[in-house]
Write a protein that binds this ligand. Structure first.
Ligand code: ATP
Ligand code: MG
Length: 183
């Protein structure tokens, strides 16, 4: 799956609308400490349906909303849009009529998250599945968090197994099996 564009508005440090064009080939993001490089990767994960606050380095999901500074008031919502190339029509049939597909997630304080694919309102699960079926997504092993490598090296065997299972994407399988056993 090819990503074309990432747009942020009120997400973490990106208080002003920001557009990142993801060109063909390799994209590098450089900048001083604290300028928001990791926040960009988190925005990508988040729009694909990440729902664990810890993966967003926060205590709760609303922590992704711009929290304000001494000069600027906090925002009430955060929005991230991801434009994907759908020329090969890899998206599920319901969304599959366009060359470019826009996935939007917005979180509003005290209300929570809402998702859209194109103009259709969808559930978190629909977005998660859209990316899972294309073998990418918030839990994709292709996304390596800062510090994850040293975590892996320093972890005790049990914790290391958990990290590897998460990277291999099989922690979701345990969850599905657990759900199936309950039914
Ligand atoms: P490093 O090079 O150290 O890894 P980085 O470029 O990856 O830095 P990030 O971790 O992406 O930087 O950005 C951290 C910045 O984002 C901090 O200044 C932090 O205050 C800010 N930030 C995080 N969450 C919010 C929020 N909800 N509202 C406003 N600012 C936020
Ligand atoms: Mg960083």
């Amino acid at each position: 799956m090819k990503f074309n564009k990432l747009r942020l508005n009120g997400f973490k440090s990106f208080v002003d609308p920001t557009e990142l064009v993801i060109a063909e080939g390799l994209t590098g993001v450089v900048g001083p400490n604290g300028c928001g490089k990791s926040n960009l990767l988190e925005a990508l994960r988040w729009v694909m349906g990440e729902n664990r606050p810890k993966a967003m380095r926060g205590g709760g999901m609303e922590d992704v909303i711009f929290a304000g500074t001494t000069k600027r008031p906090a925002r009430n919502f955060a929005e991230v849009a991801l434009v994907i190339d759908n020329a090969e029509r890899l998206a599920p049939a319901a969304f599959n009529d366009q060359d470019n597909l826009e996935i939007v997630r917005r979180i509003t304080r005290d209300i929570g998250s809402a998702y859209k694919v194109g103009t259709k309102e969808v559930r978190a699960r629909d977005v998660q599945m859209l990316f899972a079926d294309a073998s990418t997504g918030a839990h994709s092993p292709a996304l390596v968090r800062q510090g994850q490598i040293s975590e892996l090296i320093n972890a005790k065997p049990k914790a290391r197994r958990r990290i590897l299972e998460e990277a291999a994407g099989i922690s979701g399988l345990y969850q599905r099996r657990h759900e199936a056993e309950l039914k």
